[in-house]
Ligand binder design. Structure first.
Ligand code: AHR
Length: 336
């Protein structure tokens, strides 16, 4: 679908440098067909919607499933020409990618912000270029909501609350000692899940005795858990902000000669296949889901936004929670 030539013309001088820079932070071809992308109304010359998507990175099983959902949905058959870039968990790479998409004059920009703060300037640039922005998965803390068209994603505070409620319901009265593996510092899921969990255990005798970031990765989750085990000999439960860090914690607990799920209980968020298998095996005790399949909602909202239709400012994705029995039942047909 064609958009006005304003953005492409006004920003043409920036495009070559920006495209070179984007290439430096991409781990996949810059568009779905792998030809480097064209963008805007100077692009494919057909009715495809050109969309630039800046992904956080490839830090977790959740992220892999989210990327697959986006790439499988924003296809030419479905009316899109996708330019996809991987920011490798760096905000500066995302800002560079978004500037490149502005320079290309794409029809719509979508991204999952690695951290909450620091987006206003680049979002103002997209707005000035007349390019609508859709947030997926993670929020920004901009006070000006006109800087983006819609935000599609889970309620992370609720996810933290669901995890905390299960812990309080099952262990209040036992003086439970919890260590927390936080997600990426400054990211919406890390901030919100911590807040939700703490509010749910408030008033119980469940106590968080240590809390550090494991950056949502299995390797860092393992390293931080090793440190927790050296510093504390009274850990009862790990609350990990995602499955991957919980899986890293399992490795550290087993290496210390303890039994995960028994000696030290584990509660995580995501419910990706590896996490669900560990839950079914009794190594994780409870998982709150975070649904990564955001591609179909993004496609629908992008089509509406480009057509100038009204869209909901906030689309909340529904999540479930799983205990061992539910994981065993769900695993055979689990999509991610
Ligand atoms: O923003 C969603 C979070 O990001 C997922 O819970 C985590 O696995 C991912 O890295």
């Amino acid at each position: 679908m064609a958009r006005t030539t304003f953005a492409r013309g006004a920003l043409a001088a920036l495009s070559a440098a920006a495209l070179l820079a984007l290439g430096a932070c991409s781990t996949t071809p810059t568009n779905a067909s792998g030809d480097g992308g064209s963008g805007g109304d100077g692009g494919s010359g057909d009715d495809l919607i050109t969309i630039g998507f800046s992904q956080v990175g490839a830090e977790s099983g959740w992220r892999a499933a989210n990327t697959k959902s986006i790439q499988d949905t924003l296809t030419e058959e479905n009316g899109f020409e996708l330019s996809f870039s991987d920011a490798q968990q760096k905000q500066e790479n995302q800002i560079q990618a978004i500037r490149s998409y502005i320079a290309q004059g794409v029809d719509v920009i979508a991204f999952s912000p690695v951290v909450e703060s620091g987006w206003d300037a680049v979002l103002e640039e997209a707005k000035a270029a007349g390019i609508p922005v859709i947030l997926t998965d993670r929020a920004v803390d901009s006070e000006d909501e006109s800087l983006y068209a819609s935000f599609i994603g889970s309620d992370f505070v609720l996810e933290g609350e669901m995890a905390g409620e299960w812990v309080a319901e099952n262990f209040d009265g036992e003086g439970l000692k919890v260590v927390e593996l936080q997600g990426t510092t400054g990211s919406a899921p890390a901030i919100d899940r911590k807040e939700g969990f703490e509010s749910a255990i408030a008033g119980s005798d469940v106590e968080i005795i240590d809390s550090q970031t494991g950056n949502f990765t299995r390797a860092e989750g393992k390293t931080v858990m090793e440190g927790f085990l050296q510093a504390h000999d009274d850990i009862d439960l790990v609350f990990a902000h995602n499955d991957d860090m919980g899986l890293g914690a399992i490795e550290a607990i087993e290496a210390a000669g303890l039994t995960p799920g028994e000696d030290i209980k584990i509660v995580t968020i995501d419910a990706v296949k590896d996490g669900m298998q560990a839950l079914a095996d009794g190594k994780i005790n409870y998982i709150v889901e975070c649904n990564p399949l955001l591609g179909p909602d993004l496609a629908e909202i992008a089509k509406k936004v480009v057509a100038g239709e009204e869209v909901e400012k906030r689309i909340v994705v529904k999540d479930e929670a799983f205990d061992q029995e539910a994981a065993i039942e769900a695993l055979p047909t689990r999509e991610y």
